[in-house]
Design a protein around this ligand. Structure first.
Ligand code: DX5
Ligand code: ZN
Length: 219
């Protein structure tokens, strides 16, 4: 099993985002997690396609766009043009989930579906074979620096077994409250892709933090 670490730019220094992207990739990031919030679907406002375009030349790894916006379809082509590699969305933010997945693929990106802590996994029932990524939220979306909700571990176990049964190659990503001291347990529950914002960007040495995470993942 190969594990991916996806630092979330939400906790980076926005006044020097290009440099932050470069440094975190040098420190071993496998993806750059890009949190898009609209002050409507979630109670916070962050960054959009213009900022994605601005960092794309620094991002030598795929940009993993997490859309927390409603409605979602209209903005998808803009992110594809701005360099997104993966685009994930919340089922509650789309009127036609299957159509939104198709739209992401038509734009040449990989597609992910995101589950809030209280969102049921039944949304997977009829679209599983179309997904490239499933993102389990271990906090309620909107802010960095929140505590990990332990129930997410049960959800990960369930999704892991559904992915294995499906035989499809689908990344299982976790987002919210991931730290060096819980990443091992999260991996054991089935995640293979780990978003971490404050745990990486609020430390002085990104390489030391990401290396400590990898050490936990390898045991
Ligand atoms: C929350 C975002 C997360 C956030 C995670 O809505 O989706 O990606 O940046 O931050 P931490 O790792 O600090 O919980
Ligand atoms: Zn996120």
């Amino acid at each position: 099993m190969s594990y991916k670490i996806a630092p979330s730019l939400l906790s980076a220094d926005f006044a020097k985002l290009g440099q932050e992207v470069t440094e975190v990739i040098q420190a071993g990031a496998d993806l750059i997690h890009f949190d898009v919030m609209d002050n409507h679907y979630v109670p916070n406002l962050t960054i959009g396609p213009l900022v994605c375009e601005a960092i794309r030349s620094y991002a030598t790894v795929p940009i993993d766009v997490h859309l927390m916006v409603k409605p979602v379809d209209r903005i998808i082509p803009d992110f594809a043009k701005a360099g997104a590699g993966i685009i994930s969305f919340h089922p509650e933010a789309s009127e036609h989930i299957d159509r939104t997945i198709g739209l992401i693929h038509d734009q040449g990106c990989r597609a992910g579906l995101v589950f809030n802590p209280a969102t049921p996994l039944s949304y997977l029932d009829h679209v599983m074979d179309k997904l490239d990524l499933i993102l389990i939220m271990s906090v309620n979306p909107g802010f960095g620096g929140q505590s990990f909700i332990p129930e997410a571990l049960n959800k990960l176990r369930e999704v892991r077994s559904r992915i294995n049964q499906s035989g499809h190659d689908i990344l299982l990503e976790i987002d919210g409250g991931v730290k060096v001291d819980n990443i091992h347990a999260i991996k054991e529950a089935g995640a293979d892709t780990f978003v971490a914002g404050s745990a990486i960007f609020n430390t002085p040495d990104y390489l030391a933090t990401i290396s400590a995470m990898r050490k936990e993942l390898s045991r």
